[in-house]
Each structure stands twice: as structure tokens, then as C-alpha cells.
Design a protein around this ligand. Structure first.
Ligand SMILES: Nc1ncnc2c1ncn2[C@@H]1O[C@H](COP(=O)(O)OP(=O)(O)OP(=O)(O)O)[C@@H](O)[C@H]1O
Ligand SMILES: [Mg+2]
Length: 468
């Protein structure tokens, strides 16, 4: 699958020319290679990209923020002026930051999309979650520097890329907004030469050349029509036109030489991760006890019963499903024998079940003496904190309830017999209509995290009880 080559324009310093560079570079690249799709989008809160590229003033309903909500980026791409494609900007990026799942979210999404050619990402002057995503995804990061402070500001970007184990060569600096009228005495005759020398001295790579400060370029965004014009159409007579042409050539050559390596890497990692998730899932499915943990009836061929509960002991040695009917039968007899009336099982369900379906139950077995064990049942909140509970002592031999129905102790019997002398616990939760989903990587990870927390609480309780 052909993937796109990503160029991110970033700087923590505001007003250094990021957006001007991103928009114009897109046009110059398009001019250089007619058949090359170039797509531009911005995580900036200005609407320069939209103002410059959209054909009409039609208000857009879709925007870049939607890529993080599962919308295929290709569906968001619009045909823009000058042959450049763009994704409309968003006004609400700040409010929707929590939709971004990690710094690799954008990379994962674009690596699975059919976006082609070169993608240029404009960023805001902060290292927020969007900028970090744009940096993580990039084959090339271009940092405009206009003075010594903006050069100092590169440090955070460089160390972010280093933390993500990106090669140093990904980052390239470009002196921008250079006032060519200013001359110095000594070896560096102007601020371009001075900045470049500073940058190289600090171990950064630089593009050849610079972008000059030009009153004509500055005026392209202020005119009676309220438009933003590109340099290629309205500033051809300026030095900046030649400088952008020179820059676009360098960027294009880099693209031809390297190709879209970053997204291929991300896609491979994703593939390997999914393979390992699938392997983990299959191992967990294989470990599932073949029958209902209470009644011993085999799971139907299609999977497990729709109203099954997932049950596991603390070591994960016992892992299986139990039919809800069987579960409430045994809890009624072993833990709530006093419940009576027309439909005691329904009553118990009302006591124990949470309307959101996020109920967690903890069953605990503690040996008392040769003959007796204590059975405790706790209702937990979704984070694993105890809400309520009760305990009863049960005769060890009373594994079967009246009329031969299995009791709570039968489930504990399924766990390794060597451990019967110590306290044991089982965590249970309703597993919904597709119970095997519980075993998917993220669901199971969440389950394990809660179970670990429950066990820590139990250990703390035990330690506190010992010291009293
Ligand atoms: N080569 C140039 N010559 C003169 N003015 C320029 C040039 N490039 C950009 N400008 C002007 O400098 C200002 C800042 O540019 P721009 O918006 O591109 O910077 P930015 O880094 O994207 O800013 P922000 O961090 O706020 O997003 C704008 O008014 C723009 O018109
Ligand atoms: Mg900007």
C-alpha cells in the first residue's frame, strides 16, 4: 500500500512563518511535480489554510478534529485552489484534545488510510497533543527560525523526537523572516549566516538558503478582498519566490530519496502489535474452561451463552464463564439464604446488579478450620472498590446445595488443589451479548488492571487485620 510522506512544520515560537511556509510550500511542491498529490492541514486555530485554498465561502461541516473520532481522513480531504488538497480546520481542537489517544494516534490513522503523495501539517506554537502527533508522524520536520530565541526553542522539539527514537536527520531548520538589509562586520555578514552557524554549532541540520522578510509577502494576507494570496501568484517578483522554489526542490528531492518511511514503520509496528494482540486473545480463548463453571454444561458451539458472567481467579489459572442463572442460584443459597418471597432470584439480581452493567462481584474463600470455610461476597464499583458485602461460614463438605445443585465451593474446587489451604478469590462480571469480547486485548487489560487493584486492596486489608 502506497503511503504518504509527511512534512510537519513546527516551532514553539509564534509568528516565525510556519503557516506562510506550510501553505506556500504546498503550492510550490504542486508546481514542481504536477502529478504529486499534496494535502495540507493545520492544527493551528487560525483559518489561513481554509481562506487560502477553499473555492467558495461555503461553511464546512467537517474538520481535521474528526480524524480522531474515526472518520477516514480521505473523506475529509477537499479539492483546493492551486491544485492543493486540504482538510478544513477546526475551531474546537482545544476542547476535543481528550479524543486524541496518545501521541501516535494520527500516525496510526494516516498509516491505514489511502492518503497519497505529500502531506504537510501546520501546527500551533505549542507542544500540545496535536503538535506531538504531527511530530511523531513526520518523515521531515521543518522548523522555521527567525532569531536566536526561536533557535533556542528548537530544543524541546529535538528532544521530543529523540525520545521517540526518530533519527536526528528528520529535523531540519530553515531561517525565515530574515531581514537582508541588516549587515554585520566579521565572519557572518548577515543574520542568515549567523543563525545557520549557530544552528550547525548546536548540531542541527539546515536547509540550504532561507526565506527573506518581504513587505510584499506580508501584504498578501491583508487586502480589501479579505483573501490570503500565495507568493507564486502575487509575489513572483520577490526574492521569496525564488527562495521558496529552491526550498521546494530540496524538499521534493528528499521525498524522492527517502519515500514515506515513517508511515510504513508505523504500519509495520501496528501489524506486529495486532498479531501479538491476536496471539494473546487466542491463548486466553484456549484457556477458557470448556463448560459453565457451575452446572458443567458445555458452551454452545457458537460461543457462550448470551447472559454469561466472566470469572477468573487471582492467578488467572481458572478462567471461564458461568451462566447467570446458575450464578444467582448458588449465590442465593450460599450467600443470601434469608431471601425469600415470590421470586428471590429477581430480588437478588436487584440487589447485586448495576443498571449500567458494570457490576463487579468478588467471591472470597478463607479457610476457618478443618471443617469450615468462610465465603464472602462483595459488590465492587467499576474501579474495583468495595461497595457492600457479606460473609458466611460454610461447611467444607457442603459443596453441593440441596437438590444436588452446585455451590460456590464447587467453583473454588476447580482451582489448583494445592492452594486450597489459603485464602482465594474470584472476580466476576457480566460479559454481555458477546462474552468473548472480554478477552480482547484492551478489555482484558482493563480487567487485569482492576483485578490487580482488588488484590492489592485485599493484601492491605489482610496486613491491617494481622496487625490488629
Ligand atoms: N517572508 C515573510 N515576509 C514578511 N512577512 C512574513 C513572511 N512570512 C510570514 N510573514 C508574516 O509574518 C506573520 C506570521 O506569519 P505566520 O502566520 O506564517 O507565522 P506562524 O509561525 O504560523 O504564526 P503562529 O505561531 O501564530 O501560528 C504573518 O503576518 C505573515 O504574513
Ligand atoms: Mg500559524
Amino acid at each position: 500500500m502506497a503511503r504518504s510522506y509527511i512534512i510537519t512544520i513546527a516551532s514553539e515560537k509564534g509568528g516565525v512563518g510556519k503557516t506562510t511556509l506550510a501553505t506556500n510550500l504546498a503550492i510550490y511542491l504542486r508546481a514542481l511535480a504536477e502529478d504529486l498529490p499534496v494535502t495540507l492541514f493545520s492544527f493551528d486555530n487560525h483559518f489561513t489554510v481554509d481562506q487560502m485554498f477553499r473555492f467558495t465561502k461555503v461553511v464546512e461541516n467537517h474538520h481535521i478534529g474528526e480524524v480522531f473520532t474515526g472518520v477516514n481522513p480521505v473523506e475529509l480531504v477537499r479539492d483546493g485552489q492551486y491544485g492543493v488538497n486540504y482538510i478544513p480546520s477546526s475551531r474546537t481542537l482545544f476542547e476535543t484534545q481528550n479524543q486524541v489517544q496518545g501521541i501516535d494516534h494520527l500516525a496510526r490513522i494516516i498509516s491505514q488510510s489511502a492518503l497519497q503523495g505529500i502531506v504537510i501539517i501546520d501546527t500551533s506554537p505549542t507542544l500540545d497533543i496535536y503538535t506531538r502527533n504531527a511530530l511523531y508522524t513526520a518523515d521531515r520536520v521543518i522548523v522555521p527560525i527567525k532569531d536566536a530565541p526561536s533557535l533556542e526553542n528548537c530544543r524541546n522539539l529535538a528532544s521530543f523526537l529523540q525520545q521517540q527514537q526518530r533519527p536526528k536527520a528528520v529535523l531540519k531548520l530553515l531561517p525565515c523572516l530574515i531581514d537582508t538589509r541588516i549587515h554585520f562586520d566579521g565572519p557572518f555578514r548577515n543574520s542568515y549566516q549567523l543563525l545557520k552557524a549557530y544552528a550547525i554549532n548546536r548540531g542541527y541540520r539546515c536547509f540550504d538558503g532561507f526565506i527573506a522578510k518581504s513587505p510584499k509577502v506580508e501584504s498578501l494576507s491583508t487586502n480589501p478582498e479579505g483573501k490570503i494570496y500565495p507568493v507564486i501568484t502575487h509575489g513572483r517578483q520577490t526574492d521569496v519566490h525564488l527562495q521558496l522554489t529552491h526550498l521546494a526542490r530540496q524538499v521534493y528531492l528528499d521525498y524522492l530519496e527517502q519515500g514515506p518511511t515513517r508511515l510504513n514503520e508505523v504500519a509495520n509496528d501496528l501489524y506486529e502489535q495486532q498479531e501479538s494482540f491476536l496471539k494473546g486473545y487466542n491463548t486466553r480463548v484456549e484457556k477458557i474452561h470448556p463448560t459453565c463453571l457451575a452446572c458443567g454444561i458445555s458452551h454452545p458451539e457458537t460461543g457462550v451463552w448470551p447472559n454469561a458472567w466472566f470469572v477468573e481467579n487471582e492467578s488467572g489459572q481458572l478462567s471461564g464463564f458461568i451462566e447467570e442463572n446458575c450464578l444467582f442460584d448458588m449465590l442465593l443459597t450460599d450467600c443470601y439464604p434469608e431471601l425469600s418471597g415470590k421470586d428471590p432470584k429477581k430480588l437478588l439480581q436487584e440487589i447485586l446488579l448495576d443498571s449500567t452493567g458494570s457490576t463487579l462481584l468478588l467471591l472470597q474463600k478463607t479457610p476457618i478450620d478443618e471443617q469450615r470455610v468462610q465465603i464472602a461476597l462483595f459488590r465492587l464499583d467499576p474501579q474495583g472498590e468495595k461497595i457492600s458485602g457479606r460473609q458466611r461460614s460454610v461447611k467444607k463438605h457442603k459443596r453441593f446445595q440441596m437438590r444436588g445443585k452446585p455451590g460456590v465451593l464447587n467453583i473454588f474446587e476447580l482451582i489448583d488443589q494445592e492452594s486450597t489451604s489459603r485464602q482465594q478469590c474470584l472476580l466476576l462480571r457480566p460479559a454481555g451479548n458477546q462474552p468473548l469480547k472480554m478477552l480482547h486485548h484492551h478489555n482484558y487489560l482493563e480487567w487485569k488492571t482492576i483485578f490487580d487493584r482488588v488484590q492489592i486492596d485485599l493484601q492491605l486489608e489482610a496486613a491491617t487485620a494481622e496487625t490488629q
